[in-house]
Design a protein around this ligand. Structure first.
Ligand code: ADP
Length: 249
């Protein structure tokens, strides 16, 4: 099976400023990868480049064995972008309607919802534990509930890859940890490959199967255990950085 994501020698810049240099890594089917790094280290730029949303200068990107420029099967990828402002309380859509939009985006004209589609929406709402909320307005739910609905929307097309950019920035620590565990469940039970951007290396270390540490270049890519003893990390940040992240586990 080809890697889900295959990046070779990727460089990105905005104007004259280089944001990412010489990034090379592979994500295999079934991986749960946490992308971590300080603010401004290029995490969003990287995931946006993978989705063809930010331009790359040099390098190759493959998705499911297909070069990005030829890739068309976007239904295979669910994306939860950063800065997805949580809905205001009078936002005029119910939970079901928000998830249905995810399904429509994968359809060609005419965009009709079939009975099978309705069953898929019900299934995913139930899986996310928000089925009781389905007639509620999205803006009236808590941040954690809204995030689960957005995850349901990203998953309703049954993508093989989920990409999430700081999905928990607006959540309290407990809700955030629950959300990470829910993603681990999705990864295990549905064999969905996950790429999750976060600046929270300590928590994600215990959930993800691999960590990718960015600081404009790829400082580290491997398991959490390897991360804790990585000389590349020590050389980059000194002993303390790893100690802070790894002592919790
Ligand atoms: P992260 O997600 O790790 O916080 P980003 O990928 O958002 O990092 O940003 C990396 C760098 O690129 C930052 O210095 C940021 O200011 C800059 N940057 C991001 N987006 C743009 C843009 N659209 N135009 C110019 N500079 C940008």
């Amino acid at each position: 099976m080809p890697p889900v994501i295959d990046v070779k020698g990727l460089y990105c810049r905005y104007g004259a400023t280089h944001v990412l240099s010489d990034i090379t890594f592979r994500v295999e089917d079934g991986d749960y990868v946490g992308i971590v790094g300080p603010n401004g280290s290029g995490k969003s730029t990287l995931v946006r480049a993978l989705l063809g949303l930010s331009s790359r200068d040099e390098g190759e990107i493959g998705l499911f064995g297909v070069p990005l420029s030829e890739f068309e099967d976007w239904q295979q990828i669910g994306y939860l972008p950063q800065h997805f402002n949580l809905f205001t309380s009078n936002f005029p859509a119910t939970v079901t309607e928000v998830v249905r939009l995810g399904l429509l985006s994968g359809k060609r004209f005419p965009r009709r919802i079939s009975r099978a589609d309705t069953a898929r929406i019900d299934d995913i709402l139930e899986y996310m534990g928000v089925q009781d909320l389905r007639r509620r307005r999205i803006g009236q739910l808590s941040g954690g509930q809204q995030q689960r609905v957005l995850l349901a929307r990203a998953m309703v097309n049954q993508p093989r890859l989920l990409i999430l950019d700081e999905p928990t920035a607006a959540l309290d620590p407990e809700t955030r940890d629950r959300f990470y565990s829910l993603l681990a469940e999705v990864n295990r039970e549905r064999n969905t490959t996950i790429l999750l951007v976060t600046h929270d290396s300590a928590t994600i270390g215990s959930c993800a199967s691999k960590l990718l540490y960015l600081d404009k270049r790829l400082v580290f890519y491997g398991t959490f255990r390897e991360f804790c003893v990585s000389s590349a990390m020590t050389n980059h940040f000194g002993e303390l950085a790893q100690h802070q992240i790894c002592r919790l586990h």
